[in-house]
Write a protein that binds this ligand. Structure first.
Ligand code: GDP
Ligand code: MG
Length: 298
C-alpha cells in the first residue's frame, strides 16, 4: 500500500483576486461562493480535495485588507488564523492588478509572522506574457517564495500543475476527513452562502454588504428533497424594499437562481422559501460570529 498524505493549504490574498474560484477548481466542486464584488467570502470555508492517496484541505479565507468595522476585523483575523494553522500557505495575486497595497500588506504580514508561502499569480488570461514575467520578478524581489505558479482559475489553466506541486508538500499521515467529503460546512450554512451569493450577484452598490442570510428551517422528505426556509437580513427598511423588488420580482429571481444552484451543488431537489427581515444590528450580534467561526472581539 502506498503512503497516504494529508494537510492544510491556506489560500491568502487581497479581496477579489480569485481565491474562491481557485479553491473551487482545486476541489473540483463549488464549495465557496464567488462574485465580482470584494469581501464575498466572510468566514473560513474549507474545500477538501483528493488527489490519489493525498488529501488536501484548502482553507479559502476572507481577503486581507485594512479593517474598519467589527465584521471586517473578524474577517481579517480569520484569514491570519487560517494561515498560521496551515501546512502550506498559498498567496494569490491578481495578474491584472499586480502588487497593490493589500498584497503588500499581506507579504509584510507573512514576513512578520515568519510564514513561508508559495505564490500563485491568477487571472493570467487578462495580461500579456511579458507583463506577467515582470510581475513574477517584482513579487520574488519583495520576499522569498518557495515557488511561483501562473494560473487562470476561471479557465482552469495551470491549476493541475499547482495541484501536483501541493500534493508533494503535504505531510505523510492518515486522511483528516472521509474521502468523499468536500467541505466541513453544514448543508444549512452552504445553503445560506448560496443565497448570499445571489444577493451579491443580483443587487448592486453597497447593499450586499448590509446583508446576512440565515437558514432557519430544514425539513427532509422521503424522496430525498428538502424544504429550506431562509431569512435574508438587511439593516434598513429601504433595503428590504430593494431586496423584495417591484411586485416581489427581485426576491423571486434571487430565490429561483439560489434554488437552481443549491439543487446543483447538493445533488438533490430543494424547495427554497425566502423571507426578508430588518435587523439593523446583525453585524453586532455575537450569535452571527459564532455560527461562522469568527472572533467577535477580533
Ligand atoms: P476572492 O474574493 O479572492 O475569493 O475572488 P473570487 O473567487 O470571488 O473572484 C473574484 C472575481 O474574479 C470573480 O468575478 C471571478 O469570476 C473573477 N476571476 C477569478 N479567477 C479569474 C481568472 O482566472 N480570470 C478572470 N478573468 N477572472 C477571474
Ligand atoms: Mg472569496
Amino acid at each position: 500500500m502506498s503512503t497516504t498524505r494529508a494537510g492544510f493549504v491556506a489560500v491568502l490574498g487581497a479581496p477579489n483576486v480569485g481565491k474562491s474560484t481557485l479553491v473551487n477548481q482545486l476541489v473540483g466542486s463549488k464549495v465557496s461562493i464567488v462574485s465580482p464584488k470584494v469581501q464575498t467570502t466572510r468566514a473560513r470555508v474549507m474545500g477538501i480535495a483528493m488527489q490519489g492517496q493525498t488529501q488536501i484541505a484548502f482553507l479559502d479565507l476572507p481577503g486581507i485588507f485594512v479593517p474598519k468595522r467589527r465584521l471586517d476585523r473578524a474577517m481579517v483575523d480569520a484569514a491570519w488564523r487560517g494561515a498560521a494553522d496551515a501546512d502550506t500557505v498559498l498567496l494569490v495575486v491578481d495578474a491584472s492588478r499586480g502588487l497593490d497595497d493589500n498584497t503588500e500588506t499581506i507579504i509584510a504580514g507573512l514576513a512578520e509572522r515568519k510564514i513561508a508561502a508559495l505564490v500563485a499569480i491568477n487571472k493570467i488570461d487578462l495580461v500579456k506574457r511579458g507583463a506577467l514575467l515582470t510581475l513574477a520578478d517584482a513579487i520574488n524581489k519583495r520576499a522569498t517564495f518557495a515557488a511561483t505558479f501562473m494560473v487562470s482559475a476561471a479557465k482552469k489553466d495551470g491549476v493541475d500543475d499547482l495541484m501536483a506541486d501541493l500534493v508533494q508538500r503535504m505531510p505523510e499521515g492518515p486522511h483528516l476527513y472521509p474521502e468523499d467529503q468536500l467541505t466541513d460546512m453544514s448543508e444549512r450554512l452552504l445553503a445560506a452562502e448560496v443565497t448570499r451569493e445571489q444577493v451579491f450577484l443580483q443587487l448592486h452598490q453597497e447593499l450586499p454588504y448590509s446583508v446576512a442570510v440565515e437558514t432557519e428551517k430544514w425539513e427532509e422528505f422521503k424522496d430525498g428533497s428538502a424544504r429550506v426556509e431562509q431569512v435574508i437580513y438587511v439593516q434598513r427598511d429601504g433595503q428590504r424594499k430593494i431586496v423584495i423588488g417591484e411586485k416581489g420580482a427581485r426576491i423571486k429571481a434571487i430565490g429561483a437562481a439560489a434554488r437552481a444552484e443549491l439543487t446543483n451543488v447538493l445533488g438533490r431537489r430543494i424547495h427554497l422559501f425566502l423571507h426578508v427581515k430588518v435587523a439593523e444590528d446583525w453585524a453586532e450580534k455575537r450569535d452571527f460570529y459564532r455560527v461562522w467561526g469568527l472572533e467577535y472581539d477580533a
